[in-house]
Ligand binder design. Structure first.
Ligand SMILES: [Zn+2]
Length: 122
C-alpha cells in the first residue's frame, strides 16, 4: 500500500484510509478529522485521490520558483552592496590616510573645504 501524504488541512502525518460499509474508502486525518471529499471504491484509489493535490503541487512549484528568484536577487544585492561599501570605504580610508599629513583628500575633503570657504565669504 502506498504512503499517504500528510493532512492538507493540519499537516499531521496521523492519516489513514477510512472505510465505509466495507466498500467505500477515503483518506482521513485522525487528528483534525479532515476527510477527502470523495469516497473511492478501493483503498489504493483513496490513497491516490488523497495524495493528488493539483493546486497544492502547482503552488509548491510556484513557491520554489519564487524562492530561486529571491535567492538570485539576494546574491545580486549582496554583490552590489559589497561594490558600494567597497567604494565608500575606499573614500573614507583615503580621508583617514591623508588626515594629519598636510595633504587634502582628492575627493570629499576638498569639496568640504570649498563649501566652507564659500560660506565664509558670505
Ligand atoms: Zn488534519
Amino acid at each position: 500500500m502506498s504512503k499517504l501524504k500528510p493532512c492538507e488541512k493540519c499537516g499531521s502525518s496521523n492519516v489513514s484510509v477510512g472505510v465505509f460499509s466495507d466498500a467505500l474508502y477515503r483518506g482521513l486525518c485522525q487528528d483534525c478529522g479532515h476527510g477527502y471529499e470523495n469516497w473511492e471504491y478501493s483503498g489504493e484509489e483513496a490513497i491516490k485521490a488523497w495524495n493528488t493535490r493539483p493546486i497544492e503541487d502547482e503552488l509548491r512549484k510556484q513557491l520554489a520558483e519564487k524562492d530561486a528568484e529571491i535567492a538570485k536577487f539576494r546574491a545580486e544585492n549582496e554583490k552590489l552592496r559589497s561594490m558600494l561599501f567597497g567604494y565608500v570605504n575606499n573614500e573614507c580610508n583615503r580621508i583617514e590616510n591623508n588626515r594629519g599629513r598636510g595633504r587634502d583628500c582628492a575627493c570629499q575633503k576638498k569639496s568640504l573645504k570649498k563649501t566652507a570657504s564659500a560660506e565664509e565669504r558670505q
